[in-house]
Design a protein around this ligand. Structure first.
Ligand code: SF4
Ligand code: SF4
Length: 407
């Protein structure tokens, strides 16, 4: 989307929320609990609604439980109802709310659509809180693997580096000086466990900011067994692994991945598994997408909607693949790819939200014209994790027509 009214692009949605600072959650089951937890950073839930009168006597999550007939007209104007029930009950609840005079997408929302489509806008307009969904922070450009289709273009880098702890901390502090809350803070590489001071970096992140992250993940290919002190830190701060298993296509890592899994399972730290069986071939720099006009480029970028941001040297890049392709010299440097958080004053925080939701100067990134896009968007699936041959590694520098951006 192209910026045409910077700082006010979302006003047309935000005005629905401005005066509705309180939330009732309809449902007192597991989804009601999850909804409450997702909204906890706003401290805005004032009660639950449930048809079961017994539940009204005992309350839920320390809050009162009401019947719908108790939500009177006055409260209705200043609150929202989020339906947080299973698929079989959701429709019945919506019908009940309609009969009681509540309007969908105004007085009430379904939990999944509210959290996925509106929560960031609600947080900003109703509570002046800037929330970002996904914050992937890289600690290193080095990796224990060299995947042909790495969407960070790592095998193409001429001089991959471990980032210095002070630089990592400066970026983290700057980011959190603007942003109040992150849904998923994903610490990535390359492979993060190759960094000799990964523990020190993560200790800082957890001690200072864990309370401002809904979840904190270490993203790994499972080829390196983490140290005991890292596992202890993960238990102390409820940090989880996000594990991608490439053993099917990379048999040589079988033993190291088994050792990783055994150690982690023994430690009790939770492993979330990346279930993708195939990847997209982004073909960064090599793809040549034909567009009839600027509008088509904007639509292509909008459909992509990649969730993967990248923070480096105070710059928040919208797309990790774009930034890393520039870094590798596969595409030309593009100053529209990022927002420089060092120059953003507190009164311009709305621009960060808009940028994170896909607004920028041109309405797309230059790299989009040379990128097939990520999985589910692209039509060119490739097997995951396949490793580069020696010849491909030798030929890679020749495939980088641009000098590449400094680390
Ligand atoms: S494991 Fe493969 S895809 Fe992941 S960062 Fe390393 S080279 Fe890239
Ligand atoms: S099309 Fe490619 S370069 Fe453009 S935003 Fe999506 S992943 Fe990034």
């Amino acid at each position: 989307m192209k910026w045409t009214n910077k700082g006010h692009e979302l006003d047309f949605i935000g005005k629905r929320f401005k005066d509705r600072k309180q939330i009732y959650i309809y449902g007192t089951g597991p989804r009601g609990k999850l909804c409450y937890e997702r909204l906890a950073f706003l401290n805005c839930t004032i009660g639950f609604i449930d048809g079961n009168t017994k539940k009204r006597k005992i309350g839920f999550m320390g809050l009162p439980v009401f019947g719908i007939e108790q939500i009177d007209a006055l409260k209705k104007e200043h609150s929202l109802i989020i339906i947080a029930a299973g698929p079989t009950s959701e429709g019945m609840i919506a019908k009940t709310l309609l009969f009681y005079g509540f309007t969908p997408e105004s007085d009430f929302y379904y939990m999944d659509s509210f959290i996925n489509a509106y929560l960031q806008i609600y947080a900003m307009y109703a509570h002046n809180k800037l929330m970002v969904n996904l914050y992937p922070q890289s600690v290193t450009e080095r990796c224990s693997l060299k995947c042909v289709h790495c969407n960070h273009s790592l095998p193409y880098l001429k001089n991959p580096v471990n980032f210095k702890k002070e630089e990592f901390i400066a970026d983290l502090d700057l980011f959190f000086s603007h942003v109040d809350y992150i849904y998923s803070a994903d610490f990535v590489g390359g492979e993060p466990f190759v960094h000799p001071d990964f523990y020190g970096m993560m200790k800082y992140a957890a001690e200072h900011y864990r309370s401002r992250m809904f979840r904190m993940l270490f993203v790994t290919n499972g080829t390196i067994v983490p140290s005991d002190e890292i596992l202890e830190l993960m238990k102390e701060y409820n940090i989880q692994f996000w594990f991608s298993d490439y053993r099917t296509n990379v048999p040589q890592i079988q033993h190291s991945v088994e050792a990783f899994l055994q150690r982690v399972e023994k430690s009790g730290v939770t492993i979330l598994r990346n279930e993708l069986e195939t990847w997209s071939d982004y073909a960064l720099g090599k793809a040549d997408i034909k567009f009839a006009n600027e509008e088509e480029k904007i639509r292509y970028f909008d459909y992509c909607g990649t969730p993967c941001r990248y923070m480096r040297n105070g710059r928040l890049y919208y797309c990790t693949s774009d930034r890393m392709a520039q870094r590798a010299g596969l595409v030309e440097e593009d100053c529209d790819s990022y927002l420089d958080l060092k120059t953003i004053t507190p009164d311009r925080r709305m621009e960060i939200l808009e940028f994170d939701l896909g607004f920028n100067t041109k309405g797309y990134l230059n790299t989009c014209t040379k990128c097939n896009g990520p999985y589910l968007f692209s039509v060119t699936p490739v097997p995951k994790g396949v490793q580069c041959t020696q010849k491909q590694l030798q030929d890679f520098p020749k495939q980088c027509p641009f000098p590449g951006i400094e680390v």
